[in-house]
Design a protein around this ligand. Structure first.
Ligand code: GRF
Length: 261
């Protein structure tokens, strides 16, 4: 039996995935325990779900931080270890130069506050469970400190790489897809672009609405996320860099996850 893992969670809303993860830890489905739940806004209902189980919670008010920095963009407010030029070379998010600057600066302030809160509760795995903020390399590199050992997971409401972004089920439904699904992946420097760990799919039939699509998808999320975390806890996820030669002769590389026995 391996040592139980310590799981940190970040949420923005209802926290039904967090609930499923906490329940799986309690029932022994995951060999681990949730050590904190943090949110980017004080009204995230999922915080209460964690508190009810005696799990420490915290809030880093992203909206307040962004508003206040835009009103007074004093560089002295940036974290002392923030190096914008360096972060720019690594991040893969789009945006024109000025908007990107504001984005990277405000997120660094918020992410430094997250890291400070998280420092009180050491963790092995960080799960994003409906956390509706893109993380920048400032944060990612301070959590992923070992090469080829990513430890930030996310759940996305679509079959990636289709429909990245904030409304996966809505985009799937409006596109007229016959199949929808959800994906658990490790975070990298892009938006919903990191190595895929697991996926589940469901049929979209005549008569389905956006509401029924979301319902079907969420029910699968609650199974898939604990299952992927269980694999992490069993040390069965290996990230490897694959090199492929495409039909036109170009060579491409991608990190992929291998599930080992
Ligand atoms: C889920 O659909 C998840 O895939 C997406 O946001 C939703 C969060 O739901 N990222 P909940 O807060 O876990 O109930």
């Amino acid at each position: 039996m391996t040592t139980p893992i310590r799981i940190g969670a970040l949420i923005s809303g209802t926290g039904s995935n967090l609930d499923a993860i906490m329940a799986a830890c309690e029932s022994g489905g995951i060999n681990g325990r949730v050590v904190f739940a943090g949110a980017d806004n004080p009204s995230a209902a999922g915080l209460k779900k964690a508190e009810n189980r005696g799990i420490p919670t915290f809030v880093v008010d992203y909206s307040g931080i962004i508003r206040s920095y835009k009103a007074d963009p004093d560089p002295a407010r940036l974290p002392a270890d923030f190096n914008e030029a360096d972060i720019r070379t690594r991040q893969h998010l789009a945006g024109d130069s000025d908007r990107l600057r504001t984005f990277l600066q405000t997120r660094a302030i918020a992410e430094a506050a997250l890291l400070e809160q998280m420092a009180a509760c050491p963790f092995d795995l960080l799960v994003l469970a409906g956390f509706m903020r893109n993380l920048t390399p400032y944060f990612i590199d301070r959590v992923n400190t070992e090469e080829n050992r990513p430890r930030i997971m996310n759940i996305h409401p679509a079959l990636l790489p289709a429909f990245a972004g904030t409304d996966g089920y809505g985009d799937t439904f409006r596109y007229g897809c016959r199949i929808g699904g959800c994906t658990v992946h490790f975070i990298d420097y892009g938006e919903d672009s990191g190595p895929i760990i697991g996926q589940r799919c469901f049929a979209i039939k005549e008569g389905d609405t956006l509401e029924t699509v979301k319902k079907k998808g969420l029910a699968l999320e609650w199974e898939l996320y604990p299952e992927c975390i269980r694999l992490f806890a069993e040390n069965r996820l290996q990230t490897v860099k694959m090199t492929w030669t495409l039909p036109d002769g170009k060579v491409t590389q991608r990190n992929v996850v291998r599930i080992v026995d």
